[in-house]
Design a protein around this ligand. Structure first.
Ligand code: FMN
Length: 340
């Protein structure tokens, strides 16, 4: 090849690379806008419109009651904000679903509300205000659920976790529950590293392994981070906090822009099981921050710009006994569509 031809080729290469990079950059903006529009059309807003949107809000609020009911320091009369919203959401679902009484989410909420009432009635606490917010039909449904303390809460015993490393997968998976109260025993980085090692069996896109784990053991840092996170307020600071991030440097095209959350999510679930099998209790915690909280969090952790937050995992040893939310699940049938 002549010198002139070589120069021409290298110019063409440079030009096409720049064009492709520019195209990627424009597509990235375009696709983010389309993604935002789809999200905006479909998420569950303050005033839901569809059955699924009502159901999401009801599960969210019901879960807050489950959390309050499973709390070690039970606060009678808790949940003012929840009660200001949940009755109207139930009414909304009644309007949209003619068979609401048999709706899984509706019935789940009513049974958790029943447990709330039962726990208060034991000490004769006046629930007049709460009652006034529901329709008389709703209140009757709540009252008429048969008593069962397992509505809303389950009990976790440390002794039941002693053989975790030998459990077959179906028992490990069915016995794992998020706990939010831990024993005072310290957690070491070594204990966590063993579990991280096991979680490295997680598959990732083209084996590029974008997940990163930051282990926070400093109590002040954990407490500052969780105050900003605000999803586990009112619980003692856990002994360890894992920050799961994804390194964006692993991705090569604009359409991989969400891949870090997928790979990081798969890794996180595997890590939750690995920690459980090592006899450690966990609670995944949301890190979908507002821009302001993200900035403050990045500052505390010194997370580099190329890493995005996937989630936190609070980690600790199991206390002798603790309660946690029942967190009822949809059945496989409810969430599956078979395409033949
Ligand atoms: C991505 C993610 C974010 C979560 N964020 C919180 C949170 O901010 N606060 C909290 O108390 N629990 C949080 N959880 C825990 C869920 O409430 C819990 O996983 C769910 O109710 C199912 O219960 P289980 O983990 O016991 O099976 C989160 C879970 C996930 C997967």
């Amino acid at each position: 090849m002549s010198k002139k031809e070589k120069l021409t080729n290298s110019f063409i290469n440079m030009f096409t690379t720049s064009l492709r990079t520019l195209r990627q950059s424009l597509l990235l903006r375009h696709d983010y806008l389309r993604q935002a529009a789809r999200f905006s059309r479909n998420y569950s807003p303050l005033k839901p419109r569809t059955k699924a949107q009502f159901e999401s809000r009801i599960i969210f609020l019901t879960h807050q009651i489950e959390k309050g009911l499973s709390h070690r320091d039970f606060r009678y009369g808790f949940g003012k904000k929840i009660f200001n919203s949940l009755p109207s959401m139930l009414t909304g679902l009644e309007k949209i679903d003619a068979n609401a009484k048999n709706n899984f989410v509706y019935a789940y909420s009513i049974s958790v509300l029943h447990e709330y009432v039962r726990r208060h009635q034991i000490i004769g606490y006046d629930l007049g205000w709460q009652k006034s917010l529901f329709s008389s039909e709703q209140w009757n449904s709540i009252i008429n659920v048969p008593d069962d303390p397992k509505h809303a809460c389950i009990e976790i015993n440390r002794n039941d976790k002693l053989l975790n490393s030998t459990l077959p997968f179906n028992r490990l998976a069915r016995n794992r529950h998020s706990i939010r109260e831990f024993s005072n025993q310290k957690v070491t980085a070594e204990e966590i590293m063993d579990a991280v090692d096991l979680a490295m069996t997680t598959p990732s896109v083209c084996n590029r392994q974008p997940t990163r784990v930051h282990i926070v053991l400093n109590k002040k840092n954990i407490s500052d981070l969780l105050r900003l996170q605000a999803g586990i307020n009112g619980y003692p600071t856990p002994p360890a906090l894992l920050v799961i991030t994804s390194d964006l440097s692993a991705f090569m095209t604009e359409y991989e822009r969400n891949e870090g959350y997928v790979d990081g999510g798969l890794f996180s679930m595997n890590l939750l099981y690995a920690l459980e099998s090592h006899g450690l209790g966990t609670c995944p915690l949301n890190t979908m921050f507002t821009a302001k909280v993200e900035k403050l969090t990045r500052n505390i952790l010194q997370i580099p710009d190329n890493e995005i937050f996937v989630l936190y995992i609070a980690v600790g040893h199991f206390p002798e006994i603790t309660r946690t939310c029942q967190s009822l699940r949809f059945s496989a049938k409810q969430i599956t569509t078979i395409i033949k």
